[in-house]
Design a protein around this ligand. Sequence first.
Ligand code: AGP
Length: 611
Amino acid sequence: MCGIVGYIGKEQVAPILLEGLSRLEYRGYDSAGVAVYSEKEGGLVVKKTKGRLQVLSDVLQGGAALDGTVGIGHTRWATHGAPSDVNSHPQVSRSGRIAVVHNGIIENYVELKAFLIDKGVPFVSETDTEVVAQLVEYFYKGDILQAVYESLHLIEGAYALGILCADAPDQLIAVRKDNPMILGYGDGFNFMASDVTAVIKYTRDVVYMDNGELAILTRDGIQCYNSMMQPVEKEISRVDWEIDAAEKGGYEHFMFKEIMEQPDALRHAIFPRIRDGEVFFENFGLDEDYIRRMDKIYIVACGSSYHVGMVGKYNIERLLRRPVEVALASEFRYMDPILTDHTLVIVISQSGETLDSMAALREAKRLGATVLSIVNVVGSSIARESDVVLYTWAGPEIAVATTKAYSTQLAVLDLLALHFARVLGTIELGEYRATLDEFLLLPGKLETVLADRDQVQYLASQYFNHSSVFFIGRNLDYAMGLEGSLKLKEISYIHSEAYASGELKHGTISLIEDGTLVFALGTCGRLFEKAMSNVVEVKARGADVLAVTTESRREAMARTADAVMTIPDTCDMLLPSLGIAHLQLFAYYVALMRGCDIDKPRNLAKSVTVE
Ligand code: AGP
């Protein structure tokens, strides 16, 4: 939710921190700040401002206004205390000697604050993070690492912390518990950051910190410790993607770039996983015996990843004849789920850091289930704590509104369903092979859908000022509508709802009146006639209907709908993978025409690491 970067080296640190923060701004963007040790001042200089990073950058003249070669920076998504200069990070101890940047939530901050106030410590902000700075100072007797260590015994919650002490300006301290922190290794310099994107310009050698670990960074090296303060040796991983993957590359918005990258992302996710006419997962940890014993599948996720699960439920149940439940991760952990040793829990997450999904994963493991995760970010917490991981290999996704991660998650889940069906013998060999052929054609077919974007842009120009939109469909089309509706509301701020078409007549149809915009999703061939009946019903009540269907049904749909967007025909299970592109593009163009901040929609953050 918040972004942290810290650097110690020989270069001027402020421009490096600003550059790193610019790559982390997707994690939160309501305020930003830096703390730098300045020899000239003989102490820490802290600058922080409410608003986008650009405001801070202007104040710091792009970094030129601050002198120093060690520092920490932060970009914030407010939890405790409204966005303001004083609530921004770094938070500083009363003496000004200790600065802290934090991602996460200190759950017992009220008690700790009361304890410190009782000891005469004054507080200036409303944040939970200030408690950490003050507590570390409370324990500080000249050894900053020891003070941090003692503080951690009292702190409850989730946190990634970056700490700089004016008395020890040749080191930085990084801490990680339930929120991400990576360490970047350089020659004469070292980094800490919430995410690899902040350091990739300088180094590809990174370490993923584990829960409970602390690290001391100096110019010459990094020493990690476990939660008992015993030194630990960490394995250095080499990041294998290029910096341009995290840059706009000429596109106006990351979201549009990522929509257009989907065919290639699908190639990466699918092609290595089909070998000699079979689904192939490298180092797959679920053997055939386990798959045969599986009694039920739970899919657990949040937001768009949950919508992938909704599509998956229809596909898996049809193919496997095994029950599949889809649960919102935030509900799962409190719903006392019924799991057995033979229940497979599939956790889906782009970031691999979503706290609700992480908590659900731990609950599932505690209850004895096997956890398989479908994750995009390599080395993320969810990936590391799962029994089996399937990466989506979509590359870095920066826009808050997910697109290519959604598509690749869906492709991987569908491949998994096919694999299970093959092992269980619930699919005919002919259908299995034909479906795999369709998988191989999917990226190319998606390219043709994206090539039709002018039509979607035109339709967006006709309807962008509507204040309410319905997405209706049955089965897979309903599941796809859930995602289309979320895309529209999160970036354009238009109220929208997705409904199973058959459910409209049970109440919601009363909202349809002259000019209501309805997206009718009718790609599923076997349900097309039913879809058409619902289109007729809403047309009869005055709705403007934009439809999505297959090329072979365009004509039939065009008899009733006001406009029809089509996708190439394919096997049923892949229809949402094509249809969703029209809905993503519609949301994008509508948001563009409404002048919205597409990559950084209000109140949102890319990686949701609070409950
Ligand atoms: C989608 O556009 C959202 N930004 C959001 O719903 C997201 O899918 C959700 O927060 C889950 O994130 P994750 O996949 O990283 O776990």
